[in-house]
Design a protein around this ligand. Sequence first.
Ligand code: BTN
Length: 246
Amino acid sequence: LGQTIHYVESCPSTQIIAHQLAQEGTPDGTIVLTEEQTAGRGRLARKWDSAAKKGIWMSVVLRPDVVPQKAPQFTLVAAVAVVRAIEEVTGLKPEIKWPNDILIKGKKSTGILTELQSDADGIQALIIGIGLNVNQSLQDFPEELQDIATSLSIESGKLVNRQELVRALLSHLEIYTDLYIETGFGMLKILWESYSSTIGKTVRARMAKETLTGIAEGITEDGVLQLRTADGKLHGIYSADIEMTN
Ligand code: BTN
């Protein structure tokens, strides 16, 4: 992982470049890294604010030999790698909010966006986008984000060396994707759940058509959130915005 690194000073979105490279046949483990995105994108067609030289904005092209249902597991693996890298470099204690937000003291420090590239022959590549807020001060965030977003430097009280963090991130991504490929998801599920702020809590899951409140009991092998509502039913949540109810 990281044998091929494409670095650009500025771009609309590293996801777009990664998709292009993947289409042109770039090898497994290719990284696209930039200082600034002018049209960074987030989950659910949202924008991703990507201030110049303050964060890590990167996309990873993976070409795993997996069946499509297994693809979401790589996103969970990436979340574990990000948490471990942040812990190692800053000593902070991040938590994962299902599916893939990395929170520090309840505020979002990192978002992960996984996209598939497929054609008639099946999935050709997974493009995992990681947006990590590193050295922003609160004023660097747009006003509407100031209550919900944070950066590593806000939380640790010092500037963080982004190069060191990228290095740690790449090394943990390699360790955990290899672990996943060699041993399966069991160990990683345990790690993911141990870092999760969602599991064991009563949460509200807002979905496109309904909102459900219940206890988040765990995730399945496919990363589906298992939510137990008051009537005792277990619901599989595939895509939602999660809020803690307490
Ligand atoms: C989310 O939480 O909604 C996911 C945000 C993902 C942002 C990263 S930044 C690098 C990559 N390029 C993008 O345009 N998006 C992802």
